[in-house]
Design a protein around this ligand. Structure first.
Ligand SMILES: [Zn+2]
Length: 223
């Protein structure tokens, strides 16, 4: 599915290069995403833009997100070519590539399969922003119709939606979340799922309209 076809080399990504920090962060995000239940096994994929370049590093296809090592990453160009790295890139690499093209400010794209966010979206319930953290970190949420995984259609529709929303729900599939860096993208993805959990719990209690108090939107985040 959706493999890159040009320029692939046989060398693993080398420890000691400028991308080490990004790979280390993505390995930690993968471990925490699985441990927290935001994705299972090899579902989802993670990437980060290499600062000041037209390249990004992305998890390899079939990699389990809680078992990532530096050899499980591939460097790609924004043209869609494999630049360096042993593994075939994630079958969802186009989602990352198109999103970076649509969002020049994005330093990281995180694609997970969060249970509650996907369920609420499939049932037609909007995910509500209820707490201060939801408002500050999630901001706004788009939803795009189901498209086959790894397809140009999925990548293009999600990337287009990301122009106006940092969080995009891929119907019956998962989410695609951008941030200026890896930490913010993951923080945003976590808060998206927790907003969905809070919305789910509110619905089970019979509430259908609770949101963060209108008119009290915070000017900035807090520590
Ligand atoms: Zn997926």
């Amino acid at each position: 599915m959706g493999e890159a076809t040009t320029g692939q080399t046989s060398s693993p990504i080398r420890v000691g290069t400028a991308i080490d920090g990004l790979v280390t962060e993505l390995i930690e995000v993968g471990r925490r995403a699985v441990a927290s239940g935001y994705v299972l096994a090899s579902g989802g994929n993670l990437s980060a833009r290499l600062p000041g370049s037209d390249r990004f590093v992305v998890t390899g296809g079939g990699t389990w997100l809680d078992r990532l090592t530096p050899d499980d990453f591939t460097i790609m160009s924004l043209d869609g070519d494999v630049v360096d790295g042993m593994p075939t890139p994630s079958s969802e690499w186009k989602l990352h590539q198109r999103t970076y093209l649509a969002r020049p400010d994005a330093g990281s794209v995180i694609h997970l399969h969060p249970e509650h966010a996907v369920l609420l979206d499939a049932l037609g319930y909007p995910i509500r922003l209820i707490t201060l953290d939801h408002v500050v970190y999630v901001g706004s949420i788009a939803s795009v119709p189901f498209q086959p995984n790894g397809s140009d259609e999925l990548a293009d529709t999600a990337a287009d939606a990301s122009r106006d929303h940092d969080c995009v729900i891929l119907a019956h599939h998962g989410c695609s979340v951008v941030g200026e860096d890896v930490a913010m993208a993951f923080r945003r993805a976590m808060n998206l799922e927790h907003a969905a959990i809070a919305t789910y719990r509110a619905l089970t209690l019979g509430d259908t309209g609770l949101t963060f108090p209108p008119g009290r939107l915070p000017a900035a985040g807090h520590a």
